[in-house]
Design a protein around this ligand. Sequence first.
Ligand code: FEO
Length: 392
Amino acid sequence: MIRKIVENVYNVGAVDWDRRLFDELIPLPQGTSYNAYIIFGSEKTALIDTAEPYKWEELKKNIEELGVEKIDYIISNHAEQDHSGCLPFMLEMFPEAKIVTNEKCKQFEMDLLHIPEERFMVIKEGDVLSLGDKTLEFIMTPWVHWPETMTTYLQEDKIMFTCDFFGSHVATSHAFAKDYDRIYHEAKRYYAEIMMPFRKFIESNIKKIEEKEIKMIAPSHGPVYDEPKYIINAYKEWIDDKPKNITLIAFVSMHDSTRKMVDYLVDVLSDKKIDVRARNLITTDLGEIAMDLVDAASIIIATPTVLAGPHPAVLATAYLANALRPKVRFAAIIGSYGWGGRTVDILKATMGNLKIELLEPLLIKGLPEGEDYKALDKLAEKIKEKHDSIGL
Ligand code: FEO
């Protein structure tokens, strides 16, 4: 499938309607795409990014069907293999082509793909590359989400090719985001899963690209934004330091004791007009939890004690939350135990990166009863107070 973006610019990348897991970790309910953009200048032809190696046949077929006879430059915005993986095949198909990228990205690609150094043309911040009547300008946008990530700006058509930045894991036949009604959700999921830890870099990278006039944002996953303000403003909302009046309760229950505590808290927190998201970690996909973490002001980790510690699914989620570094301000650990363990200590140690205020933990023996519910009331009241204290 070839999708025209503007005159002489085409998306020849691959669409994977079936893929359901990325990095063997991240659920992809809507599949994904690996966009690769052909730009025909009056003198030279460039390709921006490639695809996962298992999609080489599809990328090759699209390039052939478009009638591309020569590629002079392959711009590589990011070294991760879902965009760089077909570079070795491309170099074989177009022996004259040079990979155009920054020094860091070159080093990555030499290590990851064993591409010889002489196949690279190294560019740096602000460099331009003429294709004749079209000009590419390179803007370094590091840490979205690797250290070498960069953006390529097509000056004449005012298109920003941002690779992962502003991407979404969506398989779609549409060229443009406005034709896909779930784009906000899927772009947020993508942001939550890989971009969230880099909020400060995103802020400075947005400022940098906004110095240019932008008519389109063309990421290398998901459709193209021909209303760029839509996705830029969404990102600005997600990176904003102030959380929303939301409590995420991430829980597992083995014998319903922890579940009863969760159900009770959902009721009392809702009565206090807090938006509660209770997510059973056994049945909820990690992407949904990551999305809750984009906005939540507080998180309650609710776990049974098993093998003298938190349930492993709870531990994995606490680890992920710690790595994603969300803007969440307050946390509490609650749950039930049969005979003892180190649940609280283990979870505290796992979430050491989070700049959170940890509220008094509440672990009860067996099924909750009278006094336990009073303690849950107190916890709910404390959460409400804390949310109020930051103006929610
Ligand atoms: Fe889509 Fe960081 O690769």
